[in-house]
Design a protein around this ligand. Sequence first.
Ligand code: ADP
Ligand code: MG
Length: 671
Amino acid sequence: MKLTDSIQYLKGVGPKSLEKYQKLGIYTIEDLICYFPFRYDDFASRSIFELMDGERATIVGEVVTPANVQFYGFKKNRLSFKIKQEEAVISVSFFNQPYLADKVEVGKTIAIYGKWDAKKTAIMGMKILPQVDNGFQPVYHVMQGVKQNNLVALIKTAIDAGAIELLEESLPPYLLEKYRLIGRREAVLGMHFPLDEEAHKQAMRRLKFEELFYFQLKLQALRFKEKKLTVGIRISYDEKLVEAKINQLPFELTNAQNMALTEILTDMSSVSHMNRLLQGDVGSGKTAVASVAMYAAYTGGYQSAMMVPTEILANQHLESLQTLFPELNVGLLTSGMKPALKRQTLEELENGTIDMIVGTHALIQDSVSYNNLGLVITDEQHRFGVNQRKVLREKGMNPDVLMMTATPIPRTLAITTFGDMDVSIIDELPAGRIPITTRWVKHEQLEQVLPWIKEELDKKAQVYFISPLIEESEALDLKNAQDLYQELTDYFGQDINVALLHGRMKPDEKDSIMDDFKNKNYDVLVSTTVIEVGVNVPNATIMVIMDADRFGLSQLHQLRGRVGRGSKKSYAILVANPKTDQGKQRMKIMTETNNGFVLAEEDLKMRGSGEIFGTRQSGLPEFAVADLVNDYNIVEVARKEAQKVFEDKNWDTNPDYQVLRNNLSEIDVFD
Ligand code: ADP
Ligand code: MG
């Protein structure tokens, strides 16, 4: 037998069942023995004296009265009898399982799994168990007609035939020793047939480490390969000039900004290639840090480019860069530019007249050549991926890359999804910011809030209203943007200008509405979630989010971040009637913290990683045993160890890593 053999050669697998197993993804012997239980039921018998009311447990006792079945109502019945455990007599009842009466025999010992009712000293039976010595029972995901018992039997057949002994150790001895991990064979066995809870725990720990370590190893291998392929540039920036520029800023950098900046400048001045993610809440000062980095590139004789998703943002950044660096030539490049101006810009980029440039995707199109591009910064939503880097590399450029994001990602996820990148975090807002106050109101309370909003509008404040839907939906009873727009127009009256913005509008149309809002031609903007993350309207101080329970915490936080950008006190109003406790809890957390990282962690805990990003969208892998939420310690350790492997110069000859090299050979990091 080999691990790669089809399971069809195992006793008990016929053509029909083979097909069923394959639907579960089980083709080979290895697939079979690595098909792990997703949960274990603890059927070990318990004493009633240690049980809590309502707890589910197995109780073993001696039957003391015969079974009695009572019928009532339509097809309803109740089986009851009494058992004795130690000195206590316990009533047992089963609903609608009259056939169980056959298993109840006075004087015999019986094991019942059910829910304990402490007040009545009774147990609500769920099943009668065959007498099990080891109460720890694996439960597998089964479907497609595969039965739990058959699967267990088949796994047992394979194991009895020696499948476990065919498994090879996949972790080097030094790691097994350092983290006291059990061997792969013992672990796989321990998943299916654990001797006790501890054995199972050790099996899980070992396999989670293996899974996360190999995942990180692959990411690090890719990164290693890219670093090897592409010698980055060393930007010898002028420290004195940069220092002076920092001192000229209209504010003092926060500690977190300083730390991030140091990390970035260190990367830039080293020959290796920078591939860094800069995370920080909206308004935490990422752009300020990025601007200083661009300036540093300039002092080192390099051009830099900042790529943003929309023209509005491009213009916004252009303005602020020009204000910060009046002595430099800052350019703008977007696809909507007039041809003549565009031609001139392209020329100046190529001959080096332009020192730094802001733009949309147009920045890396074919027609663009740079004189000396040293640094690319990308803003929100722009995944500056391997492909874009390739485009630039093919033009003979290999700039340092800094990606900024205001979507706080819990660290575990960041080093998993962006495992091939370094991460800097700005987790502190500049001093003196007036924190946004968030309130949660029910729909029926909105009426009480509107007069206050009207007063604020009369004082020239600007207000956002966000709705999850554009138009009426039959399926969902939610406030849609169009109706809301109509109602607010009527409510606020002639003196207040209300605009409507949604995703089905043409880009120009959206841009011009946003511009008009920014220029205060509108007082109220009713919108779906299309309003851009980076949009900056400092005069907007109230954000009302309708049906807020429809959004994730991170998204609510993003939306809320559109206000609180000026010197005036800002408010977020969450309008929601959540139906579940969890929904209520989520609204409450929003009112309690303004820290995006805390919210992201909460979101992750409450909804799981898939929900936040959509597994496919985020490129987050599905792990078989590991769980990113609960296993963050292992994620960290696995990443650290994977990094160490590739930092070892002798990694391709060191015998310690032989097993890793074998297992990674498919991503040819050695050529
Ligand atoms: P982000 O890009 O993270 O949203 P910005 O860099 O655009 O944040 O900063 C938001 C606002 O705060 C800008 O007006 C900027 O000038 C200002 N700012 C940035 N850093 C500081 C600081 N350390 N102290 C005071 N204000 C700051
Ligand atoms: Mg560099």
